[in-house]
Design a protein around this ligand. Sequence first.
Ligand code: SF4
Ligand code: SF4
Ligand code: SF4
Length: 241
Amino acid sequence: MPKAFLIDTTRCTACRGCQVACKEWKNLPPVPTRQTGTHQNPPDLNPFNFKLVRFSEHMDKNGVVSWYFFPDQCRHCLAAPCKMASSDPAAILQDEATGAVLFTDLTAKEDFETIRGACPYDIPRQDPASKRLVKCDMCIDRVRANMLPMCVKSCAMGAMNFGERDEMLKLAAARLAAVKKTSPKAQLLNSDDVAVIFLVADDPLKYHKNAMAEAIQPMTRKQFMAKAISPLRRIGGQTVG
Ligand code: SF4
Ligand code: SF4
Ligand code: SF4
């Protein structure tokens, strides 16, 4: 039975517990960072941060400031563009039982720019030492042992949810209906295409330029590479290819 996350950003307080828990479980080393004048730190995903709580601040015409929190990570796409773009069918796998999209040791031989460019959410990063491409793996070791992904377990606010896809879709629909009562622009992001479904209360672009993507069609690598030279696939403004 495929798994799914519901990330309910309306419940997120940007405590960054999930970000820290991910780093700890994955035994990822500290990296030099810098304060960029925002709560978000580090400034972007990197080979040693598979989860990043993005933070955006917007002011309306009356001077009222709103904060937008977005705990970013790999979406574990149902038809994964990174896998479609991969030159080696064994380099990027999709776990049958859970749907997790998994990078293997063979990703060190992949063309990093092609794989990263194929991802509508700009998730893959490259380990500078091993040259492996890296990202969230759904905490597959924990999930196979019937445990929650570490980021979900660490979230005390109920923003991070994980379970059978059917259950998560039901929960997502119920939460969307509740949030819409006070936030009419509330929506689920790419819920037909991904296993990591975000609920946002406002325009997705206010959260992050790559919060949402155009619909993804399954295709062969040849078809994918032919298509990749023209269309705009990221909604937030970056052309790919
Ligand atoms: Fe948000 Fe939960 Fe992550 Fe804290 S642990 S930043 S509340 S998703
Ligand atoms: Fe691949 Fe990007 Fe989808 Fe993750 S979000 S499965 S890296 S295409
Ligand atoms: Fe990190 Fe695991 Fe959560 Fe992925 S599922 S973001 S690897 S803690």
